[in-house]
Design a protein around this ligand. Structure first.
Ligand code: GUN
Length: 288
């Protein structure tokens, strides 16, 4: 039996196209955007992500300032660093790489970032504005929406299952999808009869951080699958939350790991940085 032709949604290609457009626009600016990235401690994965963000910034003409802090730093010092960057008129955009060491409260640090420089979109003001069309949209869910659009998914009226309700991906993705007219269910890796929940959904967004959580048997034929998971296996391989190979010939479209959501997150960060810089370069409104 010939199965369905599964479309591989190429996040690398889409991200490269976006970054090409951003480079063109930034190239015409007299004063290019500046992104500050604060990294606390030496978490190896965080180092890799921060380096990738720095490279992407350089490739589109965004200046980046990496601010490394020792893992022994106090919360007060992290807050002071963030406040300095808030005040620094050369800095358009601020990102504090997560996770933070356990003695530094991520909520306190996120709330200290000036919402207009908050290119992660994690500040409660930006989170609260999600889906309204104003404010900074978190990068991973913004990337998910663009990948779904690239796959020509019709979101309005569709049932969408979001698995994993973390603050970085699942929760804001569910808010955006719901604002776009989807009927959204939020599930977790421990949801009772996850397969039943999955099979009802035309679109599945897996962001639980659990390798192989979703297999072919979970999906309705022709489902569109966005895999947000990044899991390192014991043998060193990087895999998503979805058993990718199994889903080929069954799903109508799927994002690969790596090469799906990851590159889009970075491209959206660059887009947010340009948006923050553009907003700061607007002349002040003249009141009538
Ligand atoms: N750690 C994992 N993903 C992210 C992200 O999108 N932003 C930040 N700041 N930290 C992360």
């Amino acid at each position: 039996m010939v199965g369905m032709q599964t479309r591989i949604i190429d996040g690398r290609k889409l991200a490269a196209r976006m970054q090409g457009e951003l480079a063109g626009r930034i190239g015409t600016m007299v004063d290019p955007p500046c992104l500050a990235v604060v990294i606390v401690g030496d978490d190896p994965a965080s180092r890799v992500y921060v380096a990738a963000k720095g490279r992407a910034a350089a490739s589109v003409g965004i200046l980046s300032r990496i601010v490394p802090l020792a893992s022994s730093v106090t919360e007060a010092d992290v807050l002071a660093t963030v406040r300095q960057l808030n005040e620094d008129s050369c800095v358009d955009a601020i990102l504090v790489q997560l996770p933070l060491p356990s003695h530094v409260r991520a909520t306190a640090v996120i709330e200290a970032v000036d919402p207009s420089k908050d290119v992660d979109g994690f500040h409660p003001l930006n989170m609260g504005r999600l889906g309204t069309g104003i404010g900074m949209v978190p990068c991973t869910p913004a990337g998910i929406m663009l990948l779904l659009s690239e796959a020509r998914a019709s979101i309005r009226g569709s049932r969408v299952l979001v698995i994993g309700c973390g603050a970085i991906a699942g929760r804001p993705a569910a808010a955006l999808l719901s604002a776009a007219g989807a009927t959204v269910t939020m599930a977790h890796k421990d949801t009772r009869d996850l397969a039943w929940e999955c099979r009802r959904a035309e679109i599945v967004v897996a962001a639980a951080g659990c390798a192989g959580l979703v297999g072919r048997g979970h999906l309705q034929e022709g489902a569109i699958v966005v895999d947000v998971g990044i899991n390192r296996l014991a043998d060193g391989r990087l895999v998503g939350d979805v058993a990718y190979e199994e889903c080929l010939g069954w799903a109508s479209a799927i994002t690969p790991v790596p090469g799906g959501v990851g590159p889009m997150t970075i491209a959206c960060l660059m887009q947010n940085t340009l948006a923050a810089a553009d907003a700061r370069r607007q002349p002040p409104a003249v009141l009538a």
